[in-house]
Design a protein around this ligand. Structure first.
Ligand code: HEC
Ligand code: HEC
Ligand code: HEC
Ligand code: HEC
Length: 229
């Protein structure tokens, strides 16, 4: 079952968004958070992730961006949030297919995401989507992140020095595969959650759970929060 009509406004919190899964499990509300997180029996320690295993490998058809940065290849075990989003948004696993809640497995089959909200193909092809799980040249310095390093030409593009001050979330790869929130010189990257907040928290400014405006000439315009164009 997919969520009912989204009624929450930008920044109003999870309830009433398309990520409000309180109607899963017969409308009892029990899987509201547990469709993604569980306090026990989690699949991964990080984020206490509760999604059924997904065997996909995600990649882009192009080897590099126009700036010369390698597009990465990653699987469901990649720690960055993008792999978590794709555990539903590749349309390969049912939304209700969660691991553990209320003292038992809550595996239910049911609807998979299709149509506009399906971001990768069911076999993991990301072609046509903005880079994610990719380095960001924080403070104008090349970064290495998820096995990819900012290309020399990408440094010549116009960048905001500090997108975090504009409400964007950046991430650090410690070089050993551990991803955490916050920028570090030379080790910074972006994920789906750099642009979207899955919980519709107070930094969300527009529809689609966006951390910036969909259309504007102001500093709040989403694309301009990272690209200085
Ligand atoms: C649709 C999936 C989904 C649902 C539903 C969801 N979360 Fe999350 N949650 C995530 C993802 C993905 C992240 C990682 C966020 C990031 O990378 O910025 C996260 C991060 C978190 C974190 C780590 C700190 C932070 O805020 O980033 C906490 C705590 C958390 N969620 C609690 C909850 C609670 C409590 C609920 C229910 C009220 C909930 N989540 C519902 C997907 C979800
Ligand atoms: C538990 C499965 C699940 C996970 C995990 C998940 N989503 Fe979703 N998401 C959904 C469903 C279901 C919809 C509604 C699909 C539809 O209406 O066709 C949705 C809708 C959306 C929308 C559209 C919102 C709107 O108001 O139209 C965005 C944006 C989105 N998700 C982003 C993300 C991001 C980013 C992540 C990771 C941080 C994520 N999702 C993780 C299930 C999930
Ligand atoms: C660079 C910013 C950015 C990143 C990174 C990003 N998105 Fe989006 N996303 C947007 C914008 C802007 C929209 C609304 C415009 C549109 O429809 O394409 C959107 C729309 C969506 C929608 C609504 C359906 C649609 O296509 O319009 C979903 C679902 C979604 N994103 C999921 C994701 C997931 C999953 C990831 C990571 C794999 C991701 N996004 C990464 C900016 C981003
Ligand atoms: C969170 C920061 C961030 C935001 C917000 C953002 N971008 Fe990007 N964008 C990047 C990064 C990082 C790259 C990869 C640069 C590189 O290393 O080549 C990139 C690359 C691109 C590319 C080049 C892709 C290629 O393969 O050569 C385009 C075009 C682009 N972004 C457009 C957009 C648009 C349009 C928006 C608004 C919807 C947007 N970006 C929002 C960070 C961002």
């Amino acid at each position: 079952m997919l969520p009912v009509v989204a009624t929450a406004g930008p920044g109003d919190g999870l309830a009433g968004t398309k990520h409000d899964f309180s109607n899963l499990g017969g409308g009892s509300g029990v899987v509201r958070c547990a469709v993604c997180h569980t306090p026990h029996q989690a699949q991964t320690q990080q984020l206490l992730w509760n999604r059924a295993e997904n065997g996909n490998t995600y990649s882009w058809s192009d080897p590099k961006t126009i700036g010369g940065t390698d597009y990465p290849t990653f699987t469901a075990t990649y720690q960055g949030a993008s792999a978590k989003c794709l555990s539903c948004h590749d349309g390969s696993v049912a939304v209700g297919d969660v691991g553990w809640w209320n003292g038992g497995p809550v595996i239910s089959s049911g609807t998979k995401i299709t149509g506009a909200n399906q971001i990768a193909t069911t076999t993991g092809d990301m072609t046509g989507n903005h880079p994610v799980a990719m380095p960001f040249p924080w403070n104008g310095v090349a970064s290495s992140y998820n096995g990819s390093t900012t290309g020399a030409e990408a440094l010549h593009s116009g960048w905001q020095g500090d997108p975090e001050s504009l409400g964007i979330v950046l991430f650090t790869d410690d070089g050993a595969g551990n991803i955490s929130k916050g920028a570090t010189l030379g080790q910074t990257g972006i994920e789906c959650t750099s642009c979207h907040d899955p919980h519709n928290g107070s930094e969300v400014q527009d529809v689609f759970l966006l951390r910036g405006l969909l259309g504007s000439n102001s500093a709040d315009y989403l694309c301009a929060k990272c690209h200085a164009k």
